[in-house]
Design a protein around this ligand. Sequence first.
Ligand code: MN
Length: 237
Amino acid sequence: MKRKIIPAIALFLLGFSSMLFAQNYPFSLPKLPYAYNAMEPVIDAATMEIHYSKHHAAYVKNLNIALRGSKFETFSLDELMMNASEMSEGIRNNAGGHFNHTMFWNILSLSSPFTTQSEVGKAVVKTFGSLDSLKSVLNKAGATRFGSGWAWLYVTPDSKLAVCSSPNQDNPIMDVSPVRGIPVLCIDVWEHAYYLKYQNKRGDYLTAILNAINWETVNKNYTEALASPLLKRMGRH
Ligand code: MN
């Protein structure tokens, strides 16, 4: 009983992203917060199962292998990413893979609509004009990312919302990223995220998934990002 209650309390006090940032070796695959078919028809159950139980699991396993016995074994996940330029490719790619996928599972929902009353809702309207404009900017960021990568909505070091994309498993937390910030929403645009259902039509996948965002979680990520001590260390870019 105790073992179940303590993480629940910690999660409530720290919030989901803080808990994720603070994780360290040995890393473990977090439970998927819903059933494999929960995002149908946007994400089919087969894609969800392979993506989570094979791809994400492999990032976690390979991150542990890359860290074992290295001088970075005691680093928390945020410190691994903040110092990505000093890491081997194995650590950089798999730390990013673990962080990015964990955030991705948590920002999806078919029943958590956008509202202009939320903190992130107000910031979206102020920065992009409307949710539709944000969707269009995110869609373009994901569609124009050559090869594999991610599209991001993130908080900049001067506390503004911005959109970018990244290659491979990089993200804006990493010191190797040309733009820096704390992500609040991410979209996987690797072919493994959509190919079974959408084949080569990445734009169709992006349009569908941008209507399946858990805006309550994104709002929580946003308020936590604004308070993150990491932002101050990133400087202005
Ligand atoms: Mn993926």
